[in-house]
Design a protein around this ligand. Structure first.
Ligand SMILES: Nc1ncnc2c1ncn2[C@@H]1O[C@H](COP(=O)(O)OP(=O)(O)OP(=O)(O)O)[C@@H](O)[C@H]1O
Ligand SMILES: [Mg+2]
Length: 139
């Protein structure tokens, strides 16, 4: 497990880029942490590493955005899901076990159905009362 502190959105984006450089097709990345702690900022940097020019934003209502990049990137935001059953998550398998990379905001909400080798990244605001510092752990 590795722990990072970032001091700006840009630094979090860069951490996303650096993380992307160590992963390849088939990876599943779970992003966990409260509203506004930088999950989408991280995905922006991550997608940029793979040459994505599409606009990156949290797909809270559509559940998944697909970005055109060197490897297909599937950006999930499962904020609105609440531990659905395995049957209800059938549709996810083609993404989770496909050749692209999945990045999943609010992944705790579907933790039961994620593959065992999922890379978990946890975001925390430091201090809790809302500055620009974020503690980000990668496991
Ligand atoms: N160190 C930092 N890293 C990332 N974002 C930061 C940082 N400091 C301040 N910010 C600000 O915090 C906000 C992070 O927003 P972002 O959309 O990435 O959060 P999120 O975790 O995806 O939230 P949500 O759960 O609502 O989708 C942005 O407004 C960004 O400018
Ligand atoms: Mg987001």
């Amino acid at each position: 497990m590795k722990k990072y502190i970032t001091h700006s959105e840009d630094e979090t984006r860069r951490l996303g880029e650096e993380t992307a450089a160590r992963l390849s097709g088939g990876a599943v990345v779970a992003l966990s942490g409260d509203l506004g702690c930088g999950k989408t900022a991280f995905v922006k940097g991550f997608a940029e590493y793979f040459g994505c020019d599409d606009e990156v934003s949290s797909p809270t209502y559509t559940l998944v955005n697909e970005y055109d990049a060197e490897i297909p990137i599937y950006h999930f935001d499962v904020y609105r899901l609440n531990h659905p059953s395995v049957d209800e998550c059938d549709w996810l398998d083609e993404y989770l076990f496909g050749d692209g990379i999945c990045l999943i905001e609010w992944a705790d909400n579907i933790s039961e159905v994620l593959p065992g080798d999922t890379v978990w990244i946890r975001f925390k605001k430091l201090p809790e009362d809302g500055g620009n510092d974020r503690e980000i752990t990668v496991e």
